[in-house]
Design a protein around this ligand. Structure first.
Ligand code: GTP
Length: 912
């Protein structure tokens, strides 16, 4: 950094050469010296040369950008007008001034740097806040009201920020210029309709007390919409909308901070001279310049702002630049202004439609320790504003608030005191400028001077208490027209070498190069002395107290913005913390639920499988056994088919067949009915599982059991095709079976049985016949043999035919059973029924599985979301807790910049 100051060191080492250094576009300053600068003064000056403004402690601190290397250019050694004093006393005076000036500059630099560094930190802070706000939309505190209307039930959102925690001393430190705002808020709060309060049903989780909300000054969200109260508006907005509004406020705050930094780095100061119409503002400016530059008239004449600057800033050329409307003045761009000579000024300022302001470059005729413009310390320009009236009050007030205006000099007519417009202006300006320099002009017109002073001061105490506190320095009673002025520009107003005596008519008449101090007599002398006093005070005010005028706005703004940032950080820290607590709790609850859900998912899946398998197995077995026994017992059951007799035996066989088949079919239907019932049970048990594990999230599917087994009824008749054969009617085994059954039941053996049995049994019957023959004798036997045989045969035939109703069903059943076996009927049907059930059960089962899976997935993604929120909240908490600390630190630094105390150095130089 020291390199940046090489140039300066050189310029100051050239001290004594008494030449003005010209470097580039920078305003030029005189680097002068008496040649008799003492060692201590040189040391101080050298110290100043090397003073980067940061002191030794901050070498290498990258956070602070390099200053303009011309830092010390605004504090060269003042040159002095030789006075008629002893040479040694003049030299001592000179040295004292050099030292004082240097000390003052060191003091000034120190504060300036502290503030500039704080501005940098706050800008970084705000940029960080902006970034954070885009990731984690910051909460803007709302006013806490209608607490009683807040529901008492469980609130899933973070807890309220209690008034006691946020309204502590940390957050409510005094900040400048907030009184009015606080009143406005209080009034509006009271006026809030209960309807609106009721309408806001949702309790806002991040509330702070109205006091804190009122304190927002810089980052206050300015919403002007309809009749809704501002707080209501903020409240009714989405969090993201608030965040984007806040982003806008931060952005404009950063912009303002950067312009403030530019301003405090700017070495020049602007003095705005304003006041009532015809109060003598132009006369006062001319008196300050000791030249009749600005037109004076008994009628209001100044209609535009005239900024008087040192001609050195315009290459030493005296001229007027009339700035075009709606363009920004740039001296190097002639399209932004028109050039006029000084004597055109009168016309320019009185009758003007084309220009908004004039830049008047003049050569300063005064010496460096007398002149305000050319004071050797800082570039000063004087702005003569139009007289205030209802039209111009606002414009001028806006102008006065412009950042580059350091000092407002208010000219008030001693005869008129403060008019209403004057009061309005001062009130408005007081918000921005802590102090106003008041010139009570035309004092020569006042007879009872004491009374005038008393009344004016009383008014000042009401208008600007701080100015009143320093009224000896800031309120001056003068007669500007009594000050002798130099020659006016060629063709301009005023006369060469004569004082302006237009108003009072008692102005002294001095020669140009004569010493007015020496020639003024009596009252005039007094007036001149008063004016010189004013000049010294004004110099002090501008030069010495420029720390206040230039640095105070930066300090004020910094304190305000830091206060806002601090409050925002505190509120958001609490919000982030409660958010973190909430999600941590939520996560702690969620994790086991998720795990249980995963486990349940697997278990339920097994349960479902088991239910389906068990049901199907049971149905299969049941069907199989039912059908098997139904087929086997078909012949023995009452088929309900009456035997129509031998003639219809074949029809009878067909009927029997049909009856057997329909019996089997009926049995199948029974099995299906059973399966249906079991399916309903299965579906219900799956539903129970669903309700158990998914609760309300379970979506039940409507199940229509009557839709099951609808197609199939005549399948069996088509499958079985049995031809009735003759032998089916004579089923011997059935007959024998029948016989055995009868024997078993104790019935007597009939001949036919014996005969039939033997006959059917083989040739054994011959033996039987022989046996009978032996008993009956052979002759008799021979007689009996033929009819006997016929009878026996007839009996046997009869018997056999009579057995058809018994034997036929068995025979047919056997045949059907054989065919059914061949087509694996029992298994096929059992399989059909059970697989149909399986299919039906799979639908709710899959539905439940999907539901369970979805539930697990939802829980999983909820956990992910919660984890994300937790991560973000953690970062936000860290960020805001750092911000709380940082903003507090910077605030302490800014508070330590004491602009109120007496500025060291210069006072000693000018007090003498
Ligand atoms: N008696 C007396 N007359 C003064 C004094 N100062 C100014 N005047 C006169 O008052 C009249 C108005 O002075 P200006 O300087 O033009 O007033 P102004 O405030 O600049 O006027 P506008 O800018 O047009 O509002 C002139 O005639 C001045 O001579 C003073 O101290 N005493």
């Amino acid at each position: 950094m020291s390199q940046e100051y090489k140039g300066k060191g050189k310029s100051l080492r050239e001290e004594g050469s008494n030449v003005r250094r010209v470097s580039g576009n920078r305003p030029q300053y005189m680097t002068v010296g008496s040649g008799s600068t003492s060692e201590s003064a040189s040391r101080l000056q050298a110290l100043l040369d090397n003073d980067s403004g940061y002191g030794g402690s901050v070498a290498g601190d990258n956070a602070v950008p390099a200053w303009n290397p011309t830092l010390t250019e605004d504090r060269p050694t003042p040159v002095h007008t030789p006075v008629a004093r002893g040479e040694s006393s003049a030299a001592a005076d000179n040295e004292r001034r050099i030292q004082a000036s240097a000390i003052h500059q060191l003091w000034y630099n120190q504060h300036r740097v502290a503030l500039a560094r704080s501005i940098n930190r706050v800008v970084d802070m705000l940029k960080g806040l902006q970034e954070e706000n885009s990731i984690w939309p910051a909460t803007y505190p709302s006013v806490q009201r209608a607490q009683t209307s807040a529901p008492q039930g469980p609130d899933p959102r973070p807890r309220l920020i209690s008034q006691s925690t946020t309204a502590g001393p940390e957050s409510s430190y005094p900040r400048p210029g907030l009184q009015q705002r606080a009143q406005t808020w209080e009034g509006s709060n009271e006026a809030e309709s209960s309807k609106v309060a009721e309408g806001r049903a949702t309790p806002e989780p991040r509330l702070i007390s109205p006091q804190i909300a009122q304190e927002f000054s810089i980052l206050k969200l300015d919403l002007k919409m309809g009749a809704l109260h501002q707080t209501e508006l903020v409240h009714s907005l989405e969090k993201n909308s608030i965040a984007s509004l806040l982003d806008g406020q931060i952005r404009s705050s950063i912009k303002h901070l950067l312009s403030l930094r530019e301003r405090i780095e700017d070495t020049s100061s602007k003095v705005l001279v304003t006041g009532d119409l015809n109060a003598g503002k132009s006369t006062f400016c001319n008196a300050l310049l000791r030249r009749k530059i600005l037109p004076e008239d008994q009628q209001p004449c100044t209609s535009i702002f005239c900024e008087v600057l040192d001609a050195r800033e315009n290459g030493g050329i005296e001229e007027v630049h009339a700035v075009h409307k709606d363009v920004e003045y740039n001296r190097h761009d002639e399209s932004t202004y028109d050039v006029f000579s000084l004597h055109d000024l009168e016309k320019l300022v009185t009758d003007n439609d084309n220009y908004t302001q004039c830049k008047v470059y003049i050569k300063d005729v005064r010496s460096i320790d007398e002149s305000l413009l050319n004071n050797g310390v800082v570039d000063i320009s004087i702005i003569d504003a139009p007289g205030l009236n209802l039209d111009t009050t606002k414009t001028t007030a806006v102008f006065a608030r412009q950042e580059e205006i350091d000092v407002v000099v208010f000219v008030v007519s001693a005869a008129n005191h403060f008019t209403m417009t004057a009061k309005e202006f001062i009130w408005a300006a007081a918000a921005e400028k802590a102090y106003i320099f008041i010139v009570v002009n035309g004092y020569d017109n006042i007879r009872d001077k004491e009374r005038c002073q008393k009344m004016i001061l009383e008014q000042v105490s009401n208008l600007s208490p701080r100015t009143f506190k320093e009224s000896s320095e800031l309120v001056h009673f003068v007669s500007s027209n009594a000050i002798p002025t130099g020659p006016s520009p060629p063709g301009g107003n005023g006369g060469s070498g004569s004082a302006s005596g237009g108003g009072g008519g008692d102005g002294p008449d001095f020669d140009d190069d004569s010493d007015p101090k020496g020639k003024g007599k009596g009252k005039d002398k007094e007036k001149i002395r008063d004016f010189e006093n004013l000049e010294q005070s004004l110099r002090r005010f501008v030069l010495e107290k420029r720390a206040r005028s230039k640095l105070a706005p930066a300090k004020t703004y910094l304190l305000n913005v830091l206060g806002d940032v601090h409050t925002l950080a505190q509120v958001n820290l609490e919000v982030a913390q409660s958010e973190l607590d909430r999600v941590t709790k939520e996560l702690a609850e969620l994790e086991p639920i998720l795990e249980a859900s995963k486990k349940a998912n697997a278990e339920v899946s097994d349960d479902i499988d088991r239910t389906i398998e068990d049901t199907c197995k049971e149905i299969y077995n049941h069907t199989r056994s039912t059908l098997a026994s139904s087929i086997a017992d078909a012949a023995d059951t009452d088929l309900g088919v009456p035997y129509p007799g031998l003639l219809s035996a074949f029809q009878y066989a067909d009927d029997i067949k049909e009856a057997i088949l329909s019996q089997i079919s009926a049995s199948v239907t029974d099995c299906e009915e059973h399966a249906r019932m079991k399916t309903v049970e299965g579906v219900n048990s799956i539903k129970q599982l669903g309700l158990l594990h998914l609760g309300n999230e379970y979506t039940d599917l409507s199940f229509r059991s009557d839709f099951m087994f609808r197609r199939k009824r005549d399948i069996l008749a088509r499958q079985i095709e049995i031809e009735t054969e003759i032998w089916d009617f004579f089923d011997v085994s059935t007959i024998l079976q029948q016989q055995e059954k009868m024997a078993g039941t104790g019935m007597a053996m009939t001949v036919a049985t014996v005969v039939g049995g033997r006959m059917v049994g083989g040739f054994g019957w011959v033996d039987g016949a022989l046996g009978v023959a032996k008993i009956a004798g052979s002759r008799n036997l021979r007689k009996l043999i033929i009819p006997g045989a016929i009878a026996a045969a007839a009996a046997a035939i009869y018997y056999i035919l009579s057995q058809i109703p018994h034997s036929l069903p068995h025979r047919l059943t056997t045949k059907i059973s054989t065919q059914l076996e061949a087509i694996d009927y029992v298994h096929a049907n059992s399989e059909r029924i059970s697989s149909s059930v399986r299919k039906v059960l799979r639908t709710p089962a899959n539905n439940l599985r999907v539901g369970l899976q979805r539930s697990v997935e939802q829980l999983g993604s909820k956990r992910e979301d919660t984890r994300k929120v937790k991560g973000e909240s953690e970062l936000a908490r860290k960020y805001f807790s750092n911000l709380v600390i940082q903003s507090r630190e910077v605030r302490h630094t800014v508070e330590a910049v004491d602009l109120e105390g007496p500025a060291p150095g210069v006072a000693a130089a000018y007090d003498s």
